[in-house]
Design a protein around this ligand. Structure first.
Ligand code: NCD
Ligand code: ZN
Length: 352
């Protein structure tokens, strides 16, 4: 692009990966997502995780109850796969419109994943049924082998697990979630059209150096952990490439500040309040604002077989101040970009 627009209008985006939590936290964060995004794929890593149709429905009801009346938002629920996952329950939930996808957490890979899958062989029957039904598998792509360096866990996962899934279930729709490496971007690019990836705003914005800049910075710690700069550049290239295989997933993952700043701080960034602004800034810096709508609003619905949102989102090139903190009930959240200015501002929605 040669011109430099000051206003942008795109179909309203969706967030294809978000943690809305539960209880006080849910009530405090759901509007931030629903203000920008028409739909969101809601992660099931509650304690206990969402594994049944009844739990999926009940969680969806709690989300709708927590949402402000004036916001129009559709949560798309996911089922958390365990070693004991039951194909009938999973596919039944998909057929009834309760579950939009299944989430695969390798056991103990990240926050609330202790019930995750210990060996893919344990869920092969479920994956075969999902392949047949057209139900997407969303993968947290990190090995949990403590011998493997934390910065190599995604790349090793491709060799040890992801390639096997793609080989054994060639028709399965797979989303490689929140990718952080050029290895993952290359894997997705060279796989079939049924394999896609989400990319977060933060993995586009900073490399692992940010975690250690002048000291240890817990608000930059998330999983998968940010990698070296060459990987960040590869992610920026993939996101802005125009390929339909890459789409928006914030992985907004709020934790109370006391759980972030601790001797053993939680992984996760809270980026929902300024998510689209952050993506717009990246696309602008890459001279690829013309690719933002595809990434944010078109590629995800095409992959999931859903209609594009009819409302339009207006973005303006003017700064917004990101607060130092947000309150979520009794919780204090330090957002991504706290205290900074965004170069773009979400200026509202135009109804269809
Ligand atoms: C997520 C969380 O806190 O639930 N944390 C994170 O760093 N992204 C879990 C996850 O998506 O890995
Ligand atoms: Zn996540």
């Amino acid at each position: 692009m040669t011109d430099s627009p000051t206003r942008l209008e795109i179909a309203q985006p969706d967030d294809w990966h978000v943690h809305l939590r539960d209880g006080d936290m849910l009530a405090g964060v759901v509007d931030a997502t629903a203000r920008q995004f028409a739909r969101a794929i809601v992660m099931p890593n509650l304690a206990p995780p969402v594994t049944t149709i009844a739990a999926g429905k009940a969680y969806r009801d709690r989300i709708m109850a927590a949402l402000s009346d004036e916001l129009d938002f559709t949560p798309l629920m996911t089922a958390y796969l365990t070693d004991g996952a039951d194909a009938d329950e999973i596919i039944g939930g998909f057929d009834q419109g309760v579950f939009s996808a299944c989430k695969l957490y390798p056991a103990n890979a990240t926050t609330n994943s202790s019930h995750g899958v210990t060996d893919i062989a344990n869920i092969s029957g479920v994956l075969a049924a999902m392949e047949k039904a057209g139900m997407p598998l969303l993968v947290h792509g990190e090995v949990t082998d403590p011998e493997i360096d934390i910065f190599d866990r995604e790349a090793v996962f491709i060799d040890r697990v992801m390639s096997g899934i793609a080989r054994d279930f060639p028709g399965l729709k797979v989303v490689f979630e929140h990718i952080t490496t050029s290895d993952a971007a290359d894997f997705v690019m060279s796989a079939g059209p049924n394999v896609a990836a989400t990319i977060t705003p933060h993995h586009l914005a900073f490399s692992r150096n940010a975690i250690f800049k002048g000291g240890i910075r817990p608000h930059y710690y998330c999983l998968p952990i940010a990698k070296r700069e060459t990987h960040r550049l590869a992610l920026r290239k993939a996101a802005t490439s125009g390929s339909p295989k890459f789409f928006l997933g914030t992985d907004s993952a709020p934790h109370d500040v006391t759980r972030k700043i601790s001797e053993c701080g939680c992984a996760g960034l809270y980026n929902a309040p300024f998510a689209i602004e952050s993506y717009a800034q990246t696309f602008d810096e890459e001279n690829a604002l013309d690719k933002l709508e595809g990434f944010a609003s078109l590629n995800g619905p095409a992959f999931y077989g859903l209609p594009v949102n009819t409302a339009r989102m207006v973005l303006e090139r003017r700064p917004s101040d990101v607060p130092q903190t947000f309150a979520a009930g009794p919780h204090t959240l330090v957002p991504f970009l706290a205290g900074e200015q965004t170069s773009w501002t979400f200026a509202g929605l135009q109804p269809a």
